[in-house]
Each structure stands twice: as structure tokens, then as C-alpha cells.
Design a protein around this ligand. Structure first.
Ligand SMILES: O=C1O[C@H](COP(=O)(O)O)[C@@H](O)[C@H](O)[C@H]1O
Length: 262
């Protein structure tokens, strides 16, 4: 039995951003030492704004964000055009990519191929092919290993586009899955599979605000919560998972949280 996930709680958005920055830079520097590239998967939702604050506004002497060495993938994406207001790509672009100062370099970004908007199985297959081309041939690695996945947690405990009770949670073979009936709009999406998420070298969740209070308690303090998608990531990836949360989100949670900076 491994160690439990790390739960870091912060009083303010500034403290959270500083620690998240240190965590991402540590993952980046380890990855660059190992293979000269940093492969990261990003969620949409509330994450990109917090991440942009951490990487573009904060500077705490932990080193430089080397965006030119980053390969950015999407942990999940909605099957909409890339300039649609529901697009996770558009969100990440507007919150972060467009604001990166020239001296930090430009990341390589892997959006979905919008040719397949009307065929989400094909869209998922094509995105998997993108992963294969970057991470090695499909039959020579069982699963792609992201250096870091930065994920959100929905108020129902979903992460990526893996929703509570979804049969997709039982899929073990595909790396990327289509979903046509997402309970949260828009209905058509693609998502990394649970095994791919749990295989990451590091998995960071960011959950902020009182809207996350009930679900955090469920995930960390109850057996039912451990069966929710975020709970399953905790159970499977254990100490490779770190949660960055603020006081309103963590209120009432009994699971031991470390307060303050990393
Ligand atoms: O639909 C989605 O929701 C989750 C959670 O979003 P949040 O706003 O509650 O943080 C997000 O992580 C995912 O990428 C997105 O497609």
C-alpha cells in the first residue's frame, strides 16, 4: 500500500499560486533532466486561470518556466470549434497562451482536429494517434506517461470528462475516449481514459471556492467519494497526486491537509 495523496490548503489565491508554481517548475525541471521536453495535459474549467496566475504573475525564485520545452495536450476537450466559447483550447489560449511573454518561449500545443467534430469516435482515435506519435508507437508503450497532468474537480466529483457512474471509467484499453452524453454541456467531448490519467508521473488537482466544499469532503472522507472519478485517481495514483485547494473548498474536511506553502 502506497502513501496517500498530498493535500495542500491555502488561505489565499496568492499563496496557492506560489505553491502551484513551485510544483509545476519541479515537474518541469525533472522532466527536462530526464528527456529534454515537458509533456503536460491541461483541463479546462477553472484551472487555466489559476495556472496562468501561478506561471505568469507569480515569481518566487524557483526558476524559469521554459515554455519552449513544453508540449501541451488537453486532458479533455469539447467537440466544438476551437474559437467556440465552450472550447477548452480557447480557454487555455485566452487565459494563458496569449499572455506568455516572448522571453519565456512558445509551447507546442496539441488541440483536437476539428475535421472530426461530427464523429467523436474518430476525433478520439485521431487524438490518440497524436499521443502515439509523441509518446512512441502504441504497441511499444502500454500507456503514455505525461510528466504532469493538471486537473480540475467538478462539483459532482468528475475530472477530465470522466463523470460519476460513467461506463467510460471501466475502459482500460483506449488512451482517449469519446463521450456523446456528457451530463454537463456540451454533450459531445473526448477525454483521456482513467488509466492514462493515473499513469502520469505527477497529477495535480486544483479546487477552489465554496462550490467545491461538499465534494472535497466526499472525496477525502467517505467511501462513496473514493469511487467518484477524482477519488479513483486518488486511489490509483496515491502519492503521485497533489491537491491544491483554498480554505473555502477544504472547510469541514477531516483528511489531514498541509497548510501553507509546499
Ligand atoms: O467540464 C469540465 O469541467 C471540469 C471541472 O471544471 P471546474 O470549472 O469545476 O474546475 C474541467 O476540469 C474539465 O476540463 C471541463 O471540461
Amino acid at each position: 500500500m502506497g502513501k496517500p495523496p498530498n493535500l495542500y490548503a491555502f488561505q489565499s489565491a496568492d499563496e496557492l499560486a506560489a505553491s502551484l508554481r513551485a510544483y509545476v517548475l519541479d515537474a518541469q525541471n525533472n522532466a527536462l533532466e530526464r528527456h529534454q521536453v515537458f509533456r503536460v495535459a491541461l483541463s479546462g474549467g477553472s484551472l487555466p486561470k489559476v495556472l496562468a496566475k501561478a506561471l505568469l504573475e507569480e515569481s518566487n525564485g524557483e526558476g524559469k518556466v521554459q515554455f519552449d520545452k513544453w508540449e501541451i495536450f488537453f486532458a479533455d476537450e469539447r467537440a466544438v470549434p476551437l474559437d467556440h466559447e465552450d472550447s477548452n483550447y480557447k480557454l487555455v489560449k485566452e487565459e494563458m497562451l496569449d499572455k506568455i511573454p516572448a522571453e519565456l518561449g512558445k509551447p507546442t500545443v496539441h488541440p483536437i482536429d476539428i475535421k472530426y467534430l461530427d464523429d467523436i469516435q474518430e476525433m478520439a482515435d485521431q487524438y490518440e494517434k497524436t499521443l502515439v506519435s509523441v509518446f512512441a508507437a502504441r504497441d511499444s508503450v502500454r500507456l503514455p506517461t505525461f510528466d504532469l497532468l493538471l486537473l480540475g474537480c467538478g462539483p459532482d466529483g468528475h475530472t477530465c470528462s470522466l463523470f460519476p457512474g460513467s461506463p467510460l471509467l471501466r475502459e482500460t484499453d483506449p488512451w482517449v475516449l469519446p463521450i456523446s452524453d456528457s451530463p454537463k454541456p456540451p454533450p459531445k467531448r473526448i477525454t483521456l481514459s482513467l488509466p492514462v490519467v493515473c499513469h502520469g508521473t505527477k497529477i495535480g488537482f486544483v479546487a477552489t471556492g465554496g462550490g467545491k466544499k461538499g465534494i472535497m469532503k466526499q472525496i477525502f472522507d467517505t467511501d462513496e467519494g473514493r469511487q467518484l472519478p477524482c477519488g479513483l485517481v486518488n486511489e490509483n495514483a496515491q502519492e503521485r497526486v497533489s491537491w491544491f485547494v483554498d480554505s473555502p473548498a477544504i472547510e469541514g474536511v477531516s483528511f489531514p491537509a498541509r497548510r501553507g506553502s509546499l
